[in-house]
Write a protein that binds this ligand. Structure first.
Ligand code: MG
Length: 279
């Protein structure tokens, strides 16, 4: 009881002290001598100066992958992997030959756009990439007879393995985790920001590549952020593994950098203004 009695007056005194406490002020003239704010100023590194793009034009430090007149940055892949299942994917990764003599990309280049050549298979970049910022524009041709997954299906395969779906999802229903802007069969887009067929649309994608230990163990999964026509539709979501059409995804170790791939799903989807920045 003695202890309690001694605490109470002190407690009341504390309240009184808090109530009457003034907001401290700084003596700016005196501080000019020591400049304590400099201790928390960081000058290293200096961010590289970049000229921002105007509208859809690429920024000055971008690698241009397609600007409208040729497919020199692209080739045919050794294997047409489009997410069938995990066993096929693993075999393709295992058999991947770095000295494989790739054929030239043969999609159609017309009117400033690159058009999927139906039946020709995917195209991939000659250059390999890991983590990237990617911009591309695409157009679903008007085709009233098509529906669901068959209406303007293509896809951006990051590292050739992780698909951000391209589809006409403007008044064309399909499974949510397979519509435009889905991380195919893994993440449903936050909103449907699709424009109608016949209009150009854009994806801005920030992709962080997965990291594997030297023994092939997953250290950190891939993550992706997607803006569709400037609207956030995937917010730094974690991928569960490469895209698979059948079965559940899971990681299998692969190279730190791999080509970016565009899918031929049998529809004459158009692409333009494709550029990438390494992260
Ligand atoms: Mg697709």
């Amino acid at each position: 009881m003695k202890i309690y009695l001694s605490i109470i007056p002190f407690f009341l005194l504390s309240i009184a002290t808090v109530k009457s406490q003034e907001i401290p002020s700084l003596d700016w003239d005196a501080l000019q001598e020591t400049k304590p704010w400099e201790a928390t100023e960081s000058y290293d590194p200096i961010p590289a100066k970049v000229t921002p793009g105007i509208f859809s034009f690429p920024p000055s430090d971008a690698t241009i992958l397609f600007e409208g007149n040729h497919l020199d940055a692209w080739q045919k892949p050794q294997y047409i992997y489009e997410g069938a299942n995990l066993d096929i994917l693993k075999a393709m990764i295992k058999n991947d030959d770095p000295n494989y003599d790739h054929a030239a990309a043969d999609w159609i280049v017309k009117d400033g756009a690159c058009i999927v050549k139906q039946g020709a298979g995917a195209i991939e970049t000659k250059e390999a990439f890991g983590s990237i910022q990617l911009h591309l524009e695409f157009l679903s041709p008007v085709d009233a007879g098509k529906e669901g997954q068959s209406y303007s299906n293509s896809g951006v395969f990051l590292m050739g393995l992780y698909e951000v779906q391209i589809l006409n999802s403007y008044e064309n229903s399909t499974y949510s985790n397979g519509q435009a802007g889905s991380v195919y069969k893994q993440h449903i887009p936050l909103v449907n920001a699709s424009r109608p067929p016949g209009e150009w649309q854009s994806y801005d994608i920030i992709f962080n590549a997965p990291v594997f230990s030297t023994y092939g163990k997953l250290k950190s999964p891939a993550t992706v952020t997607v803006l569709h026509n400037g609207v956030l539709i995937q917010n730094n979501v974690e991928l569960r593994g490469p895209t698979v059409y059948i079965g559940e995804p899971s990681y299998t170790p692969h190279a730190a950098e791999l080509p970016l791939r565009l899918q031929d799903h049998g529809d004459a989807v158009r692409y333009r203004n494709i550029w990438v920045r390494r992260l």
